[in-house]
Design a protein around this ligand. Structure first.
Ligand code: THU
Length: 135
């Protein structure tokens, strides 16, 4: 599959810098590439009531779905303390489940670091997943 991986990672980085994370100081950015080339981004948004925080991945998915878009093609992610991305920040468990609702199992996920990126898929990071479509 050919697309601008570096460009998608740059979008995730840009989104990460918009994180609202005054409680954890951990900034995360997500950028989805849609089938028509559109990029839809998200950042984590925290709250004084800690449990109300929303992860970057879910911000981006909810933005897309609420605009009628579900044609997810690839996802780039980056995150770290105050935006220092010295290691790969993989999606949390809740976000993996939400990704599973809308994205194909073989969707490419790029997890960026300062020195490059790691490539994975939803199938790889969410084995034995739960979906009502399996029944
Ligand atoms: N966070 C994300 O945005 N995505 C993840 O997959 C992991 C965690 C956010 C949530 C919270 O604002 C901060 O990172 C620290 O957990």
């Amino acid at each position: 599959m050919s697309y601008d991986r570096e460009g998608l990672i740059a979008s995730a980085r840009e989104a990460m810098m918009k994180a609202y994370a005054p409680y954890s100081n951990f900034y995360v950015g997500a950028a989805f590439l849609m089938e028509d080339g559109t990029v839809i981004t998200g950042c984590n948004i925290e709250n004084a009531s800690y449990g109300a925080a929303n992860c970057a991945e879910r911000t981006a998915i909810f933005k897309a779905v609420s605009e009628g878009r579900r044609d997810f093609k690839a996802l780039a992610l980056c995150g770290g303390p105050k935006g220092v991305v010295d290691k790969a920040c993989y999606p949390c468990g809740i976000c993996r489940q939400v990704l599973n609702e809308f994205c194909k199992k073989d969707m490419e996920i790029l997890v960026a670091t300062d020195s490059g990126y790691e490539t994975t898929t939803l199938a790889e990071i969410l084995p034995y997943s739960f979906s009502l479509e399996d029944w």
